[in-house]
Design a protein around this ligand. Sequence first.
Ligand SMILES: [Zn+2]
Length: 283
Amino acid sequence: MINNPKVTTAAIPVILGWEAVKKHYSIETGSDSEWIVEAVTCIFLNTSVGFGLIDTGTSFPSRLSFSGSSNFYLLPQENTDPFRTALQNLDLDASEIHFALLSHLHDDHAGNLEVFDNGFVRIFVSPKELDFIKQHDESYLHKAGFDKAALVKHSFLWSDLEKFDFGSISPISTPGHTPGHCSFMIETTNIGDGGVVFCCDAADLSENISDVKPPGICFGEKSEAKASLDKLISLAKCDKLTLIPGHDGRYWEELTTLHGMNCSGMTYLDACALKEELIDAHS
Ligand SMILES: [Zn+2]
């Protein structure tokens, strides 16, 4: 599966912000009254063929408009620009990013595309995911928070994720959370013992993996979500890979410490305290 060992990759995980959601969003059997704080993330890849990204995170200006509903808060509640902070911290200009691999087209994974308006970034997504979002009406897009204008604006840049081949980066089809969802295996030089899989929304939390619990919210088939989780767990066992959950707050806080890439301006505990304040204020 890892077919070009000459291409090496450093993966730099980044926290862009936090979102407070009900636990049943992430865990099929999770409580619909317990609020948890999850990390909103993206991953910069430094490869021998240039810089790239797995997911582009959330865009605060567009995502803040969803915040404060009965089931979602974006934290912090300010119009910040953590994606640009991440670029600055890495001493990168957006024009130096060559490619972006999108796990799926939800706004906390495929936001910030406007940063690349004048660049040459190739955006890869699975054909199934692109078809799904094109066919869906505005009510789905509203729920997903995806900016359909981005599809039109960037249509000349979209490429087929299944044909993506940079050797040390392998997309893994993991449908269920959405019909075309993908996770990514990376033969990385800097985290894990030789290989990691970024599960993205195929497994939000460590608990999804340890207790083999599929995600709660599925825009695709629930049975596929369970099959995708089983596939990731057996792949990790076979190939001795570390599975990295997509949104686990404590896990990501530790993961980002090495490179100092918590760009949210707040710790996990700060975010938990703010979540409590907001819930109290709205109850
Ligand atoms: Zn999602």
